[in-house]
Design a protein around this ligand. Structure first.
Ligand SMILES: [Zn+2]
Length: 55
């Protein structure tokens, strides 16, 4: 999957990363989309981000 640029951990499983959902916090995005950040499960470094459609 991806390697953490900070601690070089291999993040192969979804359980290895942390998804921080910002949509509910900022209020900037409409309910139809949610912005999230993917963080390393080992050191917490931000690896990537994206926007996911609401269910
Ligand atoms: Zn890391």
């Amino acid at each position: 999957m991806v390697h953490c640029p900070e601690c070089d951990a291999t993040l192969a499983e979804q359980s290895d990363v942390e998804f921080v959902d910002l949509g509910a916090e900022t209020g900037f995005f409409k309910a139809s989309k949610r912005f999230y950040i993917v963080g390393c499960g080992e050191c917490g470094a931000a690896i990537g981000s994206g926007v996911a459609g609401a269910r």
